[in-house]
Design a protein around this ligand. Structure first.
Ligand code: ZN
Length: 271
């Protein structure tokens, strides 16, 4: 009677409870504090596949949920939880008011947002409350697109709460070669009183996390005591890559992962 989620379901998996996140303890603590005492502007940084988006997404879902659990997990049942399933869909205006959410939510995809859209947000008064959360996904893109100045002004003038994510990349040349950097301006960084980076999970915690997912997703790891450590090492402890491995396993008839699969796995290591 075990349930076998499809490959695409696993690929799109988002945690529904804080305990389903591996590592990232400092980021989780920021959200738990926000949920207990109210949020402020915060910048979340980290390399690709290190769990930034999934952690922010859970935080936003918990903020807009109207009946959070005692451990600050979103309930998954209320109108707001249903409206913001992955923390990506907007939740504002009349709909947010009807659902009874304390907070409303505007996601901004900084790779694609237009000047007109930023101006509309500014002038229609949508950001005139500290019960409005704006999520700037990949805020570094604004600098490249020469929109950063426009947004700095908006962040200063609008009372909304600004939550930003920025990818960190390893420098490949120059004096600071090998260092991780966000490619944000000093001015942008200065708008965020809280800046927190992702942190890789401890291998022991990640081992438990992998085993928990295999049970939940009906996937078998062959020679677990050899294969799980190989998975942890090969993915450099990044959950996003582990999810790719689980997704690929779910496409096979037996739904298995072997140490050979792990060695052969094609990782898109962008950094
Ligand atoms: Zn809810």
């Amino acid at each position: 009677m075990s349930w076998s989620p499809s490959p695409s379901w696993i690929q799109r998996w988002f945690p529904e409870r804080w305990k389903e996140i591996a590592g990232n303890a400092a980021m989780i603590q920021v959200w738990l504090n926000f949920l207990a005492n109210g949020p402020c502007n915060a910048l979340f940084t980290g390399p690709n596949r290190s769990g930034k988006t999934r952690t922010i997404s859970l935080g936003i879902r918990a903020m807009v949920c109207t009946s959070r659990t005692p451990t600050f997990d979103p309930c998954g049942q209320c109108a707001s939880c249903k409206a913001v399933p992955e923390g990506r869909a907007p939740h504002n205006g009349i709909f947010a008011a009807l659902s009874g959410s304390e907070y409303s939510f505007h996601p901004i995809d900084c790779e694609n947002v237009t000047v007109e859209e930023l101006e509309a947000l500014q002038y229609d008064g949508a950001l005139d409350s500290d019960k409005v959360i704006v999520y700037l996904d990949e805020v570094g893109a604004l600098r490249r697109r020469r929109l950063e100045g426009k947004l700095l002004k908006l962040i200063d003038e609008a009372p909304a709460i600004w939550i930003a994510s920025a990818i960190t990349l390893r420098r490949t040349q120059g004096k600071r070669k090998g260092e991780w950097t966000e490619r944000l301006s000093k001015e942008m960084r200065a708008r965020f009183p809280i800046k927190v980076g992702t942190a890789l999970p401890h291998p022991d915690d990640l081992y438990q996390w992998i085993v928990a997912r295999t049970q939940e997703w009906n996937i078998t790891i062959l020679e677990e005591e050899v294969t799980v450590p190989a998975m942890i090492e090969r993915t450099t402890r990044r959950v996003g890559y582990l999810i790719h491995m689980f997704t690929a396993a779910a496409t096979t008839i037996e739904r298995t992962i072997s140490s050979e699969d792990v060695a052969r796995f094609n990782l898109d290591s962008a950094d």
